[in-house]
Design a protein around this ligand. Sequence first.
Ligand code: EPU
Length: 421
Amino acid sequence: MDKIVIHGGQRLRGEIRILGAKNAALPIQCAALLTASPTTLRHVPRLSDVKTMSELLAGLGCAVEGDRTLVIDPAGVAAGPLEAPYELVKTMRASVTVMGPLLAAYGRCRVSLPGGCAIGARPIDQHLRGLEALGAKIKLAHGYVDLKAKRLKGAVFTFDVVTVGGTQNVMMAAALAKGTTRLENVAREPEVQELAVVLNKMGAKIHGAGTSAMEIEGVDTLHGIDHAILPDRIEAGTFMVAAAISQGDVLLEHAPVDHLHAVIAKLEEAGARCLVEPRGLRVIGPEALKPIDIVTRPHPGFPTDMQAQIMVLAAMADGASVIRETIFENRFMHVPELVRLGANIVVSGNTAVVRGPATLSGTIVMATDLRASASLVLAGLVAEGTTEVRRVYHIDRGYETIEDRLRPLGARMTRYHGAGG
Ligand code: EPU
């Protein structure tokens, strides 16, 4: 297993181009299953999750070629197993997003149940209820879910909880259903809107994406497209925090400013300056950070995927910050590691009280999930001495060679291959 060693204390300065969004790329890769002709995706980030999804698609019978530009030809899927196996679903929960497309386009599929994961129980009951509303016959046995439907039929369905993956699965299925579907209480995340744009380019008729209800007129067929993945708001948000905590001055080229309002507002409250410039978003870190209170919410609220990173900023701020996590029940696993680096954080239930300013001092820390590991890298950037982040395969799921990205900004970071687990 690789490790990343960081020598803290550098002010980050310069420009960095934001890459394509993981959480947009993954469902769009799945959408390629809905068509009969190849789809070309551009600006695809080189991430292990994207590779896992490509591997899943290849196992289903797709021909998948390239990486930054990915061509997915689903011609072989009809003759394939129509199954997402345990080995891949356990590696990456987003694998369950093939369910809606396979069911809609091929009339059946078999998908391993994901089980819990590091950040919470994360059931898929809403995905299944939504597909059932469209007419799917569902059987659960031997850890797998079997879905069948001759042709899905449009229906009205209201999600009990706002779910990004559930919304994406059901909207993809509804795109090929007979008749009109109305989905209520849907996720409004930019990645859901992006999927609607992609499906509409493929020939679907989806209205209302980005609001809390969507109307989908089913069509008989969809076709392959050529599409560039939108920039990653969470990668941008992570680098924004890096600039803010290091008294840095960083221009984030192609940062999706419209998707970052909640993060920008909190960084400004903390004293950072966020300037929208023609080439992107410039973030200037203050001499002293002010405390901030955060509650994670579905979009357009503050994203749970930025909670761990903003906690590092809170630890450096002068005063007490309160951070409440409302989306996932177990997303504070970075806290004990941040405490080992010197942060003063007390957790009670879903609330963390962070008292600063901390003087962080480098040590060995262990990455536990993707965003937790990003927070450890951020902490390492401002810690005195050397921080060694282990199990960086978690980071590689969602950040493309983060050390190569941050080094040109002045960060002193090195990856050691196969060293430290
Ligand atoms: N939920 C249910 N039932 C369901 C589905 C979800 O109770 O059927 C609950 C979950 O347990 C959770 C909440 O609803 O408490 C929200 O989960 P959601 O379904 O929205 O999450 P997801 O689709 O599994 C995506 C992102 C996550 C991100 C969340 C929330 C992808 C591939 N993943 O997950 O990204 O945290 O939305 O915004 O899009 C990450 O990138 O680090 C990451 C974890």
